[in-house]
Design a protein around this ligand. Sequence first.
Ligand code: A2P
Length: 269
Amino acid sequence: SSPSAPAPLETAPPGFYLERVLTVHHWTDRLFSFTCTRDPRFRFVAGQFAMIGLMVEGKPLVRAYSLVSPPWEETLEFLSIKVQDGPLTSRLQHITPGDGVLIGRKATGTLLIENLLPGGTLWLFATGTGLAPFLSLIRDPETYDRFDRVVVVHTVRQVAELAYRELISTDLPQHELLGELARDKLVYYPSVTRESFPNQGRVTTLVESGRLCADLGLPPISPERDRAMLCGSEAMNADMRVLLEHRGFTEGANNRPATFVVEKAFVTK
Ligand code: A2P
């Protein structure tokens, strides 16, 4: 088969479910998302990731992908970059409805509500596809039970890369079951670094300058009342980690809750 066409799948290798692509949405030439069927045995918690991929030359070729969809949804959704010479994404970007995809049976990860100590405001800081786990978390009612306010800060290079902007700012506040919680507690702060946009600049600069909190009418971010999750490039995660630690935040992990948690937005190839 040609390198651009995913090979047909008939049976899943051990450790994977074989699911069917339902929909594909291309956001830009660098970014797409897709939904697929969900095996009823596949369980996960909002914020987790699983190994996702395709059979290539008779073997599973998989990468870690955060679940975009909330745990209660019947289907699964994922957000991916497209890299023309990336081993997986050069192929995955060509999937169409009906194609088979592999879903690893076990979901895992640290971006869990239970890994944070109780607090007032939950800050979800994402760059690029790092938004994915937060899309699951902001559609999990548990998130709103635990926090008074949930702020999604999504920074991208170009306006077109603000994926799910409509979902967060329009659809979710009108959602039949989650709408009231979202209207009460959810705040969305998109920012763009390489085009003009009302909110411009890197998240690190926006936090350090005080602009982010000033724009939202909130007090400076502090470990006394705020909790944070980071999900972006390694550089963003590293810089934000330093920034938070300087303010007295400490990093949590599974079974060791603290005031912030971090995960890479994994797939880069
Ligand atoms: P910039 O345009 O200034 O590089 P990418 O598409 O490369 O993953 O980047 C996504 C977003 O993350 C971009 O807006 C980029 O800003 C920003 N970014 C990259 N590195 C950092 C960093 N070290 N700290 C904060 N934001 C960053």
